[in-house]
Write a protein that binds this ligand. Structure first.
Ligand SMILES: [Zn+2]
Length: 356
């Protein structure tokens, strides 16, 4: 999934589901005609509708925690079939530009991983897309593995462990990782809280969960939202990229989400993407202003596992018994609550209500 970036100069790079994103409402509705209502995964509250995007998708906000998301939304089956198919990673007309942005982001992320881990280790790339990050990280000396809801040919060509499916449904056979990476992926998932809770279970001691998402509270998205509200944009609310983006995060809502999943934020930043052809002066200016004020359009969180009382007690007991930290199986005292899924019967069009 990790192929789309909202850049700071309002360019949607490699927005892959070309056949649907940007197509007519009729074309979208003929491909996606099964919808489900969604409740806030944090508060279990029915959302309030605040806008309809240019392709007819309903944008909502939780009245309690302010998390924004799509509801009703297309079912995962229809999204997998019609959006995350073989066209999703088709060549972008701005491939060189994307490569420059990717190289910059990948290098920046790996540098931070190495700093927080005090060395290199294993990375699980969730939503590994065409495998470009796997290849880059492997060439930099990291051990890599990947998952995706559908593994693309580029990823399949990699010589590393790969799994297909949603993260919480994959059996990793007891494997643990030093980094679990969600790069422009969490906003595509069915339930980001479940994804993060599962990633927490997959960490080695001292490991990192990395989350990078579009920052809906960034300066550019805020300006575009204001333009949409005043009907000053031809395609209103296009920057939300509703259809394949199901969740829209700000710093506050993403922090609340990762903390509910049992993680704590070590560090966060809003990187400005590198753009080929852009003068170094303009880039430095963007970086100084947007990164300095943390208002750029990408939001990067580096998180570690917050140990619960039960885990701390369990670790203490294990250490008393002389067991090493790395061999200690993680207890999950809060996870059963987080992982509780309540399905509410609904009409065929409004198929399911999710609440965790
Ligand atoms: Zn909420």
């Amino acid at each position: 999934m990790a192929s789309d970036f909202l850049t700071d100069n309002e360019t949607l790079v490699a927005d892959a589901p070309r056949k649907l994103f940007g197509s007519s409402n009729e074309a979208v509705r003929s491909a996606l005609n099964q919808f489900e209502e969604v409740a806030c995964p944090l508060c279990c509250v029915t959302p309030v509708r605040f806008a309809v995007d240019y392709q007819g998708f309903q944008l909502c906000r939780c009245p309690t925690c302010d998390l924004q998301f799509l509801s009703p939304r297309p079912t995962v089956e229809q999204l997998t079939e019609n959006v995350y198919n073989e066209t999703y990673f088709s060549e972008s007309e701005s491939a060189n530009e994307l490569a420059a942005a990717d190289r910059y982001q990948f290098g920046r992320q790996l540098g931070n991983f190495e700093k927080f881990l005090a060395g290199r280790g294993t990375i699980l790339d969730v939503g590994c897309g065409d495998g470009s990050f796997l290849r880059y990280a492997q060439s930099e000396g990291w051990r890599v593995a990947g998952t995706d809801i559908r593994l693309a040919a580029g990823a399949r060509a990699m010589s590393c462990p790969l799994w297909e499916g949603q993260l919480q449904e994959i059996d990793f056979g007891g494997r643990r990782f030093d980094v679990v990476r969600f790069n422009q992926v969490l906003e595509h998932t069915q339930n980001p809280l479940l994804e993060l809770a599962r990633s927490r279970e997959l960490l080695n001691a001292g490991g990192i969960v990395f989350v990078s998402v579009p920052n809906i509270a960034g300066l550019s998205p805020r300006l575009k939202s204001a333009q949409s509200r005043f009907h000053l944009k031809r395609k209103r609310w296009r920057h939300y990229a509703a259809l394949h983006h199901l969740w829209f995060f700000s710093t506050d809502t993403l922090q609340r989400l990762v903390e509910h999943a049992g993680l704590r934020v070590l560090h966060w930043e809003t990187p400005v993407l590198k753009k080929s052809g852009q003068s170094s002066f303009i880039e430095r200016l963007y970086r100084k202003f947007l990164e300095g004020s943390r208002t750029a359009s990408i939001l990067d969180f580096y998180c570690q596992r917050e140990e619960t009382e039960g885990e701390t007690r369990g670790r203490g007991d294990a250490e008393t018994r002389g067991e090493s930290k790395s061999s200690h199986a993680h207890s999950t005292s809060i996870l059963p609550l987080i992982l509780f899924l309540r399905r509410v019967p609904a009409s065929p069009r409004l198929r399911v209500s999710l609440c965790f």
